[in-house]
Design a protein around this ligand. Structure first.
Ligand code: C2E
Ligand code: MG
Ligand code: MG
Ligand code: MG
Length: 280
């Protein structure tokens, strides 16, 4: 890369840059290439009804299949994609991958259970986001109800001006929204009433200590309000039967976590879906 005269300039520039900037450039270039090459895939973690433990849907979780480096988890590249703005292109790709998978399942089974896609608040900066999401579903011949979105609580609060009208648009079109990681940010029960959401997902950090009394009190209060607002309440990160029973007893309506199902390949998720749809 750096040769001749340009080399001198490069060296000067390089030594003037701090390590963080260099890393950022590297990530930006690697991510840009990866998005263009579509090196991403989705895994699908099942969600179950509390009580009956029947499959009610999936959450799509992105992974970067990096040639020679293996499967990179989202914590290692989503924050970088958000810093560089590349989350918009990546988010579009993720929505497309989910819609294609849904179409495949619909063609195979004739019916579907919803798949929830995690959406970054930055994707809402584009005022056309919700319209494009709906157009993407229509392009695949999917009912709007086939896809749901998840947005974190902190993200929703921090970008209310952009997020709110688009959530309202999606809701009126039949795309449900879940408030993710509830209980980690500046949680306010008022938010549950103000946001056009269908579901609240209680963060793993609130489920993990169950049945400890203080966590139980918070989960119980959230469930009581959520129920009165007609919301689904998902217990996230359920790892033990003790936690599952406590979450059910406290009023959670759905369970998700390693106890009941890890994130699955599309193929394994399809098998689970086949079983659930034929069991009816
Ligand atoms: P999240 O949306 O809250 O997803 C739940 C995370 O917890 C997932 O990690 C999941 O694999 C993990 N998990 C599920 N059950 C359990 C459990 O019982 N125990 C434990 N210890 N962990 C459990 P993952 O896949 O690494 O995703 C991490 C975060 O990355 C997600 O948190 C979400 O915020 C973000 N993310 C994932 N996929 C996407 C995406 O497509 N777009 C965007 N913007 N963000 C994504
Ligand atoms: Mg989520
Ligand atoms: Mg979550
Ligand atoms: Mg999370």
């Amino acid at each position: 890369r750096a040769k001749g005269r340009a080399g001198a300039a490069y060296i000067f520039f390089d030594s003037a840059m701090n390590g963080a900037t260099r890393t950022r450039l590297e990530i930006e270039q690697a991510l840009g290439r990866a998005i263009a090459a579509r090196e991403f895939l989705l895994e699908y973690q099942p969600k179950f009804a509390a009580g009956s433990r029947k499959l009610v849907g999936f959450e799509a979780l992105v992974r970067w299949e990096r040639p020679g480096l293996g499967r990179v988890p989202p914590v290692d590249f989503i924050p970088a994609a958000e810093r560089t703005g590349q989350i918009k292109a990546l988010g579009e790709l993720i929505l497309e991958l989910a819609a294609r998978q849904l179409r495949g399942w619909l063609q195979r089974f004739g019916r579907l259970l919803p798949v929830a896609v995690n959406v970054s608040p930055l994707q809402f900066e584009d005022a056309g986001f919700s319209a494009r999401l709906l157009a993407g579903l229509q392009a695949q011949g999917l009912p709007h109800e086939a896809m749901e979105i998840e947005i974190t609580e902190t993200a929703a609060i921090g970008h209310l001006g952009r997020v709110l009208p688009q959530l309202a648009h999606l809701k009126s079109a039949g795309v449900h929204c879940a408030l993710d990681d509830f209980g980690t940010g500046q949680s306010s029960l008022t938010m549950l009433r103000q946001l056009p959401i269908a579901t609240v997902k209680l963060d793993r950090s609130m489920i993990d200590p169950l049945p400890e009394a203080q966590a139980a009190a918070v989960v119980s209060a959230t469930c009581a309000l959520g129920r009165s607002l007609g919301l689904q309440i998902v217990a996230e990160g359920v790892e033990t039967e003790t936690q599952a029973r406590a979450a059910e007893a406290l009023g959670c309506t759905q369970l998700q976590g390693y106890l009941l199902g890890r994130p699955l390949s599309a193929e394994a998720a399809g098998e689970l879906l086949a079983g659930a749809l034929s069991a009816v």
